[in-house]
Structure formats: C-alpha cells, structure tokens
Design a binder for this molecule. Structure first.
Ligand SMILES: *[C@@H]1O[C@H](CO)[C@@H](O)[C@H](O)[C@H]1NC(C)=O
Ligand SMILES: *[C@@H]1O[C@H](CO)[C@@H](O)[C@H](O)[C@H]1NC(C)=O
Ligand SMILES: *[C@@H]1O[C@H](CO)[C@@H](O)[C@H](O)[C@H]1NC(C)=O
Ligand SMILES: *[C@@H]1O[C@H](CO)[C@@H](O)[C@H](O)[C@H]1NC(C)=O
Length: 510
C-alpha cells in the first residue's frame, strides 16, 4: 500500500484545523504550563507598548555606530564630540594573546559604558549612541568573564577580534557575560535572573538593550561557555565563531529578542566524521527565554545543538551536525511540554534530529533530515496539539528508521489534536504520517486496510473517507464497520468483486 496524498482529506483537515485553531490559541494563552512571568501574551502586549514608545524616542537618535556627532551640535572638540571607538590596545590589551588582557578589555568597556549617552532606549536604559569596543583584529587572553560594569545601557558594539579563556578561567564562566555587574552580585544571584533583577543598578526591568557582539571568535578553552545574555532585549550576536565550550556556547536567559545569526558553534573544531564525536558534550545554544531567533547558524559539535525552554523562538537556516543521534546526540531539544510555540524552518539536520516534549504548537517545515535523522515526539503528560511536520525531506540508509517517532516511555499520548504529519518525502527511511491513503481489491464482502505501518499514533483514526467501486452489474450496500487498531474495515451485503479506496486521518479531533 502506498501512502499517497489525499487532497480532499487534506483540504478538509485544513479547514477543520483553521476552525479549531482559534480555540486552541485562546486556551493556550491561559495555560498553566507557561513558565515565564506574564506568559507570552502579556509579553506581547508589553512589547507592543514598548515598541511604540521606543519608536517615538528613536527618531531623534542616530543608531549608526560610526556616525560622528551631528555638526549642528557645534561643540568644542571635547571628549563628547570625539568618536566613540574604544580600542583595546590603547588600554594595554595584548593582541598576541600572550598576556592576560582582562583588565584592558574591562577598562575599554567601562569607558564605553561611561561615555556620553544620548537619551534613552527603553525606559531606564541609557543609549550609548553606538559606542564601539574595537578588538582591532587581536587575539586576547582573558582570565575572567567580560561583563559590563553596570546594567541599564544599550546601543554598544563589541567587535572585531578573538577572546580566549586562560587556563585559570572559571569553569562556570562565559567569555562575554551580559548579566548583572560583577560588583553587585554573588554567584547564587547570577544563577537566577529573577533575584539578580533586584540587584540591578538600572531602573529598567531589563539589564541591557541593543548590545551587538559581532565578528568575534570566542574560544572557551574547554572552560565554561561563550556568551551569556540574561534578562536583556534586542541583543545581536552576529558572525561569531564559538568553540571549546563545555557548558553552553550561547546561553540566553529571560529577556527577549536575542538574535543569533550567521554564526558557527562547536565544542571541538571539526568538519564532521570526528573520531571523538561520541565524546562531544555541552549545548551550543540554550534559549531559556521567549521570542529569540537563530538564523543561518551552523552547529558542528556539541551533545545538544540547540536546547529550547522558552516560547515563540524561531529557528531558520540552522545546520546541525553536532553529535549524531546514533551516538546519543540531539540537534534540537524542545523542552517546553505543554506550550512549545516554536517554529523550525529551512533547516538541515545532518545525522542528528529533533526531540519535542509534549509539543503544543510546533511547526517544522522545509527542512532536510539526512543520515537517518528523525523527529521524536516525547510524551510527558501525553499531550500533542497543533503540530505541523510538513514539507520536509528525509534521507537514510534503509535501516528501517521512521521519520517521526513517539517516545511513550512516560505514558502514551492521549490528548492529540491537530497533529499534521504529511507531505514529507522520504528516501531510505520509513514514512510516518497522520494522513494515509490506500486501496484494496478483491472478491468477497469484507475489505480490510491496515494503516499501522504509516499512521503515527497507534489506534487512532478520526476520519475515514472511502469509495467502493464494484465491477459487473452489482450494486451492493456497503458500510464502514471498524477502525480499531488503525485497521479500516468496509463490508458489503453481497459477495462482489470490488476495489475500495480509503483515506484515514488522525489529525483533527472533530
Ligand atoms: C572519549 O572519551 C573516552 C573516555 O573519557 C576516552 O577514553 C577516549 O579517548 C575519548 N576519545 C576521543 C577520540 O577523544
Ligand atoms: C473475482 O472473481 C471473479 C469471478 O469469479 C474472477 O474472475 C476474478 O479473478 C476474481 N478476482 C480476484 C481479485 O480474486
Ligand atoms: C473492531 O475490531 C476489533 C479488532 O480489531 C474488535 O476487537 C472489535 O470488537 C471490533 N468492533 C466491532 C464493533 O466490530
Ligand atoms: C460470500 O461467499 C462465501 C463463500 O463463497 C459465503 O460463505 C458467504 O456467505 C457469502 N457472503 C454473502 C454476503 O453472500
């Protein structure tokens, strides 16, 4: 039996999906499983308000980093009118990487942060006007995380060189740590953004806004992580190469709209097929916050490519070839059971797949799964709602791997609605879908189609459509008799020679 496409059933299911989408959406907002303060709905409202407010303010502020002060200011050539590029070598940084340059970097950043500001970004966040800390193409050794001396600043860029951790760099540190200032925190407080917030020196509820980390190589020297962004908004990580982390390459905790783009992350520097692959550890990117984006990013070694535990994150153009699933690795792990709200599009899963716990609103499309890479829906409380796994390509080696699998070790999926796994094309793997089509020919009064080898969920058929084509002059009465165990049974009142065409759908509850 070929599981071909059932256009009519699809259109029907799309209409049904549309109709019940509204219901799910509303109940989703009030879901008790939302783990972030206010939930995504309140975040949205707040962000819209913030956005409107900041829009009004921004029009008087130049965001171009290299724009010199406006000539109309006609000030004498004081510090206020000189360019705000802080060069790390001017502070004694050693661009050969031989000497510890922590102090030089911290002082350059302190000057940048204490330079003139030009009004506000968000309430309570000073606009540094595009000040730049320039690494001047140097490779600097640091023995402590690079942090900003105070929170409540924004519009600052740190760019253009390499930072590498010394052999005594703290094992739990991050080379660039956008959390709270080091003078006002303790280790415990750093762990928890909620507590840390109370210690913040800024009046904003966010620590930082619009900090750009660009054109950086970050080498954690197998001691800790690359970049940490805590409780901040609109942080941009662009064209960074982050290697040798043991914890996270990038950790985003709280806040929203950290954009990670055009970057390369890997624990070990390898180009695939690495002998030590089984030993890869760490997580390349951990998103513990909402509304972030990872676009055009390659993850070439890590136990987990991207770990997501916040909502409404968008992944696009991500290429994971970290630790193969066969060796225990995961490309993307979605640890948001009950309210996932994640989109993964245009991505490439290279021997490593996706795991989603109790997915609720998850969209995976236009992606390529190579080397028997597959998607696992992992039951926690048995919920799967609003899942689209459509229009992907899967390629394997005829080892019998199914493209979408259920992990029901914690119990079966029992609350399933609007799960659409369809229109994926498959080579050398076993197709799984929530919509299946087949035909049976024969003489007799009973036509049985077993859809178990295609249908994703066991013993679940919500809708059946069939047509019976009897040959000869016979017009039998016929009826659908049974759909148990994914077996569709059609019976006639006469013995006839007939073909029966059947479509079975698991997708929509009503
Ligand atoms: C992987 O780790 C094991 C145990 O720690 C070690 O014996 C082995 O040499 C490592 N392999 C590679 C290729 O690094
Ligand atoms: C059904 O029966 C007819 C007549 O008895 C026979 O010609 C035909 O080959 C049979 N078809 C099948 C599929 O067994
Ligand atoms: C449907 O089929 C199952 C076995 O697949 C059987 O246990 C059940 O009794 C059948 N139901 C009806 C109404 O015939
Ligand atoms: C169909 O044919 C079989 C054997 O040829 C017979 O036992 C059965 O009663 C027939 N069924 C009907 C509905 O006529």
């Amino acid at each position: 039996m070929e599981a071909t496409r059932a256009r009519k059933a699809l259109i029907f299911s799309m209409l049904m999906g549309l109709a019940s989408f509204i219901v799910i959406h509303v109940s989703g907002e009030h879901s008790p499983t939302s783990r972030f303060s206010g939930g995504p709905y309140h975040n949205q409202i707040r962000k819209m308000q913030d956005f409107r407010a900041s829009f009004v303010r921004h029009d008087s502020v130049s965001l171009a980093p290299s724009t010199p002060p406006s000539p109309s200011s006609a000030q004498p050539p004081t510090a206020a009118s000189s360019p705000r590029v802080y060069r790390v070598t001017s502070y004694g940084g050693d661009p050969t990487g031989g000497r510890d340059s922590t102090d030089a970097l911290l002082r350059a950043i302190a000057d940048a942060v204490q330079g003139p500001s030009s009004g506000s970004l968000m309430e309570g966040i000073q606009n540094l006007g595009g000040a730049q800390v320039n690494l001047e193409g140097g490779n600097y050794m640091i023995s402590q995380p690079i942090r900003l001396p105070a929170t409540g600043v924004g519009n600052l860029m740190i760019h253009g060189g390499t930072l590498h951790a010394s052999d005594n760099f703290p094992n739990d540190g991050y080379l660039v740590d956008l959390s709270i200032s080091p003078t006002s925190n303790s280790k415990e407080h750093r762990e928890s953004s909620m507590d840390a917030q109370q210690l913040s020196s800024s009046t904003s509820s966010y620590y930082y806004e619009f900090i750009t980390l660009k054109d950086l190589m970050l080498d954690s020297n197998y001691r800790g992580g690359g970049i940490s962004v805590v409780n901040s908004v609109r942080i941009s990580i662009d064209n960074c190469y982050i290697a040798h982390f043991t914890t996270n390459g990038i950790l985003v905790q709280g806040g929203h709209e950290t954009y990670i783009r055009n970057s390369f992350l890997g624990q070990h520097i390898t180009a695939g097929g690495d002998h030590g692959e089984r030993n890869f550890s760490g997580t390349a990117i951990s998103l513990m916050g909402n509304d972030n984006a990872v676009t055009d990013v390659v993850i070439f070694s890590a136990a987990t490519g991207i770990m997501i535990s916040g909502q409404a994150n968008l992944l696009s153009g991500v290429h994971c070839y970290n630790k193969a699933t066969g060796f225990g690795g995961t490309g993307i792990y979605l640890k948001l059971p009950g309210l996932t709200q994640t989109r993964i599009v245009n991505s490439y899963f290279d021997y490593t797949g996706i795991v989603a716990e109790d997915p609720v609103q998850l969209h995976i499309s236009n992606s390529f799964f190579l080397g028997d890479a597959y998607i696992v829906l992992k039951s926690i409380k048995g919920i799967a709602h609003g899942v689209n796994i459509v229009d992907n390509m899967f390629c394997g080696y005829d080892k019998g791997f199914e493209i979408v699998q259920l992990d029901q070790s914690n119990g079966p999926f029992k609350d399933i609605d609007q799960v659409v796994v369809d229109r994926n094309n498959v080579r050398g793997m076993n197709l799984k879908a929530t919509l299946a089509m087949g035909s049976v020919n024969g003489n007799g009064s009973s036509w049985i189609m077993d859809f178990n080898h295609v249908l994703l969920f066991p013993n679940l058929i919500r809708h059946v459509q069939y047509s019976l084509s009897a040959s000869g002059g016979q017009f039998p009465n016929h009826a659908l008799r049974n759909v148990s165990d994914n077996r569709v049974v059609i019976q006639t009142d006469l013995n006839v020679t007939a073909s029966v065409f059947i479509t079975a759908n698991q997708g929509v509850a009503n």
